[in-house]
Unconditional design. Structure first.
Length: 152
């Protein structure tokens, strides 16, 4: 996967779309900009770019090793929570996480959603997966990864 030297902003893409004579014209001209990499390709690229091994990311993500490797190989598709756990494993900031969520085809974080606000706060403040789980638990919110919150 190659990194584009000059990335067109989303705002500029909207402008070009709405100025196009037809949607077909836009799609013909903007083919490269409209392609999203496969999630497995993207996370593999991120490992290479950051000189990290998938095992390290999987461990910091608090994911089962075999499940994590199936994500990297493309044999499994991630849930939104799994993408969020990987964001913590990659030690991403909120912007990088929003991009990862978009590539995975799942909903972005939103500050009006309490659980998302806690997760975004933890990303911004470089917390670990275990720290975010603790804050979710303390605020009586669902934990990441389908883990039940037994707090009364």
């Amino acid at each position: 996967m190659e990194e584009k030297s000059e990335r067109i902003s989303t705002q500029e893409l909207w402008a070009r779309l709405f100025k196009s004579a037809s949607v077909g014209d836009y799609l013909d001209k903007m083919t490269d900009e409209c392609e999203m990499p496969a999630f497995s390709e993207y996370i593999t690229f991120l490992c290479q770019e950051r000189h990290e091994k998938p095992e390290s990311i999987i461990k910091r993500s608090d994911l089962d090793s075999s499940f994590g490797h199936r994500l990297f190989s493309g044999m499994r598709n991630p849930s939104r929570d799994t993408v969020l756990q990987l964001a913590f494993g990659f030690e991403m900031d909120t912007d990088e996480t929003q991009q990862l969520l978009k590539i995975a085809g799942v909903t972005a974080l939103h500050p009006r959603v309490k659980r998302d606000a806690v997760i975004a706060y933890c990303l911004h403040n470089r917390k670990s997966v275990m720290e975010v789980q603790r804050l979710l638990f303390d605020n009586n919110l669902p934990l990441m990864g389908g883990k039940r919150n037994e707090k009364g």
